[in-house]
Design a protein around this ligand. Structure first.
Ligand code: AMP
Ligand code: MG
Length: 342
């Protein structure tokens, strides 16, 4: 009897031990494997934030904060919201300098830095040309050469005056305008990532209209694998690249375009030197960089520069890699990019 009691006590203890272990294990693995994702419309596209390893309530909270950080950038940078920093800068061109938020100042300052680096291939003062062509709108059209020439008088990053002490921006010529469409999404990605970091998130992925930023390592894998859209067969992936961190942005002639009666594809990435859609031999340019704003600016810039000048520039920049799908077909990449083509 005594033996029997001893035995059942042991069994009970063992079972209890197992039970405790299972609870601990479940709690641990639940936290570790949890994936929570949310999408919202933003800047005319869709943004999706995915966080890993956080229970649902907290995940919802941090994702909401990250979206708010992104929405703030939209409110500051939109050309269509009358009270945005960009609208106020544009309305005051040729009149007076406009005080702006730290975020807008940083975006414009970085944009001008890259205008100088790319010899004007990237130029946020392209806005009057964007408005002239109206690509992607019902009113899209091919303007005359004289209209283009007149409008180009208003395009020059050299006429943007920044005052870092006062945090003001002044467009020197009346009628000048800026358009942050080639840079704001990348900056918004960065704002979202830094918000997630502030909340202690260790692992996350942001997909903002095709620009991807990652935080930490992916679950059970060494690298994040990012697919690159085929620029002519839209349900196909043409290649994939692997990254450990940072951001991947793609600029392409397939995203917003129309085909003219002349058979030419008129797309939304303009060469500031000609005032026409860039024809430099690229169908798409994907850039990997340590942060979103750099990847976004450079993908647009390299699209304008073309494969030769574009790759030469990338080779000079630390921690930046690039993959170009050429207009004639075929892929060229910077020397250190790890990629798989399909
Ligand atoms: P992305 O898709 O990042 O290449 O950005 C394209 C958008 O950037 C266009 O829709 C325009 O709003 C703007 N953009 C077009 N051409 C240029 C350029 N050469 N420099 C800066 N922004 C541009
Ligand atoms: Mg861009």
């Amino acid at each position: 009897m005594k033996n029997l009691l001893k035995k059942s006590f042991c069994v009970y203890f063992l079972l209890f031990g197992c039970f405790v272990l299972i609870i601990i294990k479940n709690r641990f693995s639940k936290g570790k494997n949890t994936v929570y994702s949310e999408s919202r419309p933003l800047m005319g596209t869709i943004a999706t934030i995915t966080v890993y390893g956080i229970e649902e309530k907290k995940a919802k909270e941090v994702i909401d904060s990250a979206f708010k950080a992104m929405e703030k950038i939209e409110k500051l940078c939109s050309r269509f919201l009358p009270e945005s920093d960009v609208s106020r800068i544009n309305k005051s061109s040729g009149i007076l300098p406009v005080p702006v938020s730290d975020e807008t100042f940083e975006i414009v300052e970085k944009s001008i830095f890259y205008s100088k680096l790319t010899d004007g291939a990237f130029d946020i003062t392209i806005a009057p040309i964007v408005e002239l062509w109206q690509i992607g709108k019902k009113s899209q059209r091919i303007p005359s050469d004289s209209e283009i020439a007149d409008t180009l008088n208003l395009v020059s990053y050299k006429e943007v005056l920044l005052n870092p002490q006062r945090k003001t921006i002044f467009l020197k010529k009346k009628g000048m305008k800026i358009d942050l469409g080639g840079v704001a999404k990348g900056y918004a990605n960065d704002q979202a990532i830094s918000t997630l970091k502030k909340f202690g998130v260790k692992q996350a992925l942001i997909d903002f209209g095709g620009q991807i930023s990652v935080l930490g390592k992916p679950h059970n894998k060494k690298n994040w694998r990012i697919g690159i859209q085929h620029p002519r067969e839209l349900n196909r992936t043409i290649a994939a690249i692997e990254i450990k961190s940072g951001s991947v942005a793609t600029s392409g002639d397939y995203m917003r375009y129309f085909t003219g009666a002349d058979g030419i594809r008129y797309h939304h990435i303009f060469d500031p030197k000609t005032g026409k859609p860039a024809k430099s031999g690229c169908s798409s340019v994907t850039v990997v960089a340590p942060d979103g704003i750099t990847a976004d600016i450079l993908s647009t810039s390299i699209f304008v520069l073309g494969p030769n000048k574009g790759l030469a520039l990338v080779e000079k920049l630390p921690n930046v890699e690039c993959l170009i799908v050429k207009e004639e077909g075929g892929i060229v990449t910077s020397s250190k990019l790890k990629f798989f083509s399909f």
